[in-house]
Design a protein around this ligand. Structure first.
Ligand code: FMN
Length: 318
């Protein structure tokens, strides 16, 4: 069973992926946060840092694209394939208002004729494998039957289903009955994504859906970077390893942004989740989210590593 890291914009960029892959075993594939190709057909310096092969060496990376224009998709997919990527993922799940208002991400699920046309064009000349990461629909899980019928017409290499509708954002409990219906009818490779935080969550998922291709984990793996290794029996949690991963992440961001304060701001996004893997950490977490400077940040995170125990599994609940 494949375990993949979900894309998390603002968190799982190249720095995170490189260091996670260095320190923690168990993740078979790393999906990038989305790339939004534009009509000017160029990669920005930020995108170059994210996608150019020298920044992803030795890591099984799958770039993700978000667009409603099939020609922009094919341009970016071709460029990425030339760089050596064998699979490209299409984002049909992003719930953000600014994205769906433009008819992108989960917004693509509200016009099925258009969606069908988009898929028809990209699969007619796709240069490599194309996977799709999708929600169940925009407003109701009942929409998924018709959406799934469309997906079934195309050679999608892997259909990754996050069983929520757009309106749910990331709050509503995952809709496992709707996933079950897809599991029973969809003939292609299916991957589950959503709310897997502990090895027990993972075991419950594969007990209910034993024939899925894989499980994609996002926030759970940020909270507990050892999670995939724990699931596969390949890693023993170790605070020193976690601290080294943390310190190198901070230093890499400080170098990339040429600013230790900006590095601290970026790392606070990781801590929103990571803090839940430490015992009695709530007060430290609140202090950390309020801190304003790199010095304050480093002082609080040093106390966390020095004074708190690492829990066996993350408490979740973000
Ligand atoms: C901060 C944040 C950023 C995200 N960015 C992306 C993204 O760029 N592309 C995408 O397909 N999903 C994105 N997602 C959704 C996740 O990939 C995943 O589907 C979601 O978090 C549910 O899985 P989890 O419960 O294992 O985290 C994002 C989610 C969060 C919370």
């Amino acid at each position: 069973m494949d375990i993949s890291l979900a894309p998390l914009e603002g968190i799982t960029g190249a720095v995170f992926r490189r260091l996670h892959h260095t320190y923690f075993p168990g993740v078979d594939k790393y999906y990038t946060p989305f790339l939004s190709p534009t009509a000017d057909r160029r990669f920005t310096p930020r995108e170059q840092r994210e996608f150019f092969p020298e920044h992803n060496e030795g890591i099984p990376v799958i770039p993700q694209i978000l667009t409603k224009d099939p020609h922009d998709f094919l341009w970016a997919a071709n460029e990425l394939h030339h760089m050596g990527y064998e699979e490209i993922d299409l984002n049909l799940g992003c719930p953000s208002g600014t994205v769906t208002a433009k008819g992108k991400g989960a917004g693509m699920l509200s016009d099925l004729e258009k969606l069908d046309g988009f898929l028809d064009t990209i699969f007619s000349s796709a240069p490599c494998k194309i996977s799709v990461k999708t929600r169940l629909g925009m407003d109701s899980p009942e929409e998924f039957d018709d959406i799934l019928n469309i997906y079934a017409r195309y050679p999608i290499s892997e259909l990754i289903v996050h069983p929520r509708i757009r309106k749910d954002f990331y709050r509503h409990p995952v809709r496992l009955d709707a996933f079950q219906a897809a599991y029973e009818t969809y003939a292609g490779a299916l991957t589950y994504n959503g709310s897997i935080v502990t090895p027990d969550d993972y075991e419950a998922c594969i007990a209910r859906f034993p024939n899925i291709q894989g499980v994609m984990i996002g926030q759970g793996l940020i909270s507990d970077p050892f999670l995939a290794g724990k699931i596969k029996g390949q890693s023993i949690p170790d605070k020193d390893i976690l601290k080294e991963f943390h310190d190198r992440s901070f230093d890499s961001y400080a170098q990339q942004f040429q600013s230790r304060n900006n590095a601290a701001t970026r790392m606070k996004e990781v801590w929103r989740y990571l803090i839940k893997s430490f015992d009695h950490s709530d007060a430290y977490g609140k202090k950390l989210m309020r801190c304003r400077s790199a010095e304050e940040y480093l002082s609080i995170t040093s106390s966390i590593f020095r004074e708190l125990d690492l829990l066996e599994v993350s408490r979740g609940g973000w």
